[in-house]
Structures are given as structure tokens and as C-alpha cells.
Design a protein around this ligand. Sequence first.
Ligand SMILES: [Zn+2]
Length: 372
Amino acid sequence: MKPGNLFIAFLITALLFPVSSPAEPSASREEIQTWMTYLSDDARQGRASGTPEMIETGNWLAQQFANLGLEPLPGQEDFFQHFSMEDPDSAEQTPGRNILGILPGTATGEDRHYLIISAHYDHIGTRSAADANANNSTDRIFNGANDNASGVAAMLGIAGYLERAIANDELARPTFSILFAAWDGEEKGLRGSGFFVSAPPIPLSSIDAMINLEMVGVTDGQYQNSLWLTGSEYSDLKARLQPALEADGWTVEADPFPDYSLFFRSDNAPFALGPDADRSALASALKEQRPVRFTGIPAHSISTWRGQDHYHKVKDELGLIDFENLENLVIALAGAIADLESGAIQWQSHPVFKFRRPTGEPHEAAAAASRE
Ligand SMILES: [Zn+2]
């Protein structure tokens, strides 16, 4: 080929395939829509723990973890943590599976610390035709689009965003590893997260903090760019996330429903309070200002729910989801999480709840050293 032709060939190539600058790390709206659609589809039958549809959903989630480039936990060959849920009344056993995957940080061996990003993937299943009929409805499926397909989609979105940003050299790999966890059995009483804490596959003392995502998909066209944390006054996590989230145009608030005791009612609770805490007694301790001690990890749930009545109703469906806001939440949270400093998140002193981290804890040594 003559040089002139070469130039023309180059020109044509450049016009057909423009060399773009590296893509901005982004959450893919299509991915989020695909995940949300799969999880809240009628075919999942409301994702009740132990059902064939739930097993299928768990397998699908493990496949998404693999597609996103997450790795099994150290010493594990797959993403599953198996457990069994006993019904307190009938003693019947329901099999459960948490889905656990890691985005490794730069620190290894004894220095390896974890931040957990999680969401429960189970929901409450279906209702009988008679129950539907009594409500003048033929809809029998609790699709759980907001509770908690939205939290799972946000978790997957954060994993994808961070993996891509690190691969594109737009983000330095954090020192801490991020453990992404999809919990089973939340609706049966925080059973999957409770099992993780009672039989931890990694040392509890190596977990810096836990951020759990609960109902983050609905805005009703009026609650965009606004999130809140349960139990935000108990640790400094909110203060540490706030600057990056606000820089992205988000407002970060305390739990607007303190009377619902939501801090004790989602998968953050076993981590913060330990697996054996009597959660029912805690609200009264708070009311009576009676001090209670806990050994646990700073763990909070993030939500955007504003008290709307789709909660645990068959109308919690895909049509309620604000995908633009969900995508923006993924981008804002992923950036704020990447900015967190390993080992920095601490419990705050509180007149009633006296929290301390699990013993053998490098944080304690570091905190003691910094006081000297
Ligand atoms: Zn939920």
C-alpha cells in the first residue's frame, strides 16, 4: 500500500472507530434494570427462603458475582455459605444460602481487613388465592422490587463500578478488601446474617464496618438524592461517608423513623449487636435509658424508604423503581466507599448502648497507640 493510501486508510479507520478517552467509571443503567427485572419477576415467586425459585435466584446471583469479577472467600471454592433455618414453632428446617464474594484490597495476610457491602435477597413469597381474593385482588406474588431487589441491584452495581474503575486505573485499589454479601433468610429473622456472625468464615476482628442496603429504589418522584442510615448516632460511619456523598449532590440523614427500631431489624443488627442479642429488649432499654453492652462491628443499613405503603405488599413491583436515582445512588456510594480509610470507622460513646469491637482487634491497638 502506498503512503497516500495508508493515510486514507488511517483517516477512514479514525472516522469509523474514534479513539475515545477512557470511559468514566459508571454504573450501567441497563445492568441495574436487568438485575431488578430478574429479581422481581413473577417467575421468582417472591423469593421465599428454601423454595426452588430461591435456589435458582442464589445460583443466578453467584453467576453475577463471577461475571463482575468477584472472588470466593479465602479457602472457598464457590460463593455459597450454606446454613439451615429452624422454625421455632414446628422445628422444621429450611435450607439457606448466603452469597459471598470479594473484591480484594492491596493488604494481604494478617493485615487483610474487610468492609462488608450487603443486601438481603430473600423476600416473603406468595399468598393464597383466598387471601388475594379477600383483598379484591388476583395478585398472589410479593415481588419485593424495593424490598429488597433494589438493595441487591445497588450492591451488584457498586461491585461492578469499583471493579471497572480499578481495572481502568481511574481508582486506586483500596487497601481493604470489600466483601459483597447477599443474605438469605432476612425475612425469617435475620437468619443468614446471624449465621455469618455465629460461624464467621473470616475473623470478625478483621471486619472494619458493614454497610447494608435496604429498600433503596423508590422515590415517588420527590425523594431523589436523599438517603439515611439506621443507628447513625452509634458510630462515625455517617460522618465519614457524608463529605463524598454531599459532593455528589446527596443529602445524608439520620433514620427518620426512630420509633420503628430499624437499626435492630435488618441484617446490620447481628454484626453490630452480636448474634445472641435479645433485640426485642433493646427498644425498652432505650426508652428506660438503661445501659446495655455489645461487642460488635460498626454496622448500619442505608435506605431511601420514606414510609410508603408498598412495604410487604404485593404492589411492591418493578414499576415503582426510579432507575435514574438508583444508578446515581450506586455511583455516589461507590465513590464514598472507595474514599473510606481502612480501620478508621469507630463506635461513638452513647448513654445507653455501650459498643466495643470484638477482641484481638488491631483497631484497639491502633487506637491505644494513637492516644499515647
Ligand atoms: Zn428488607
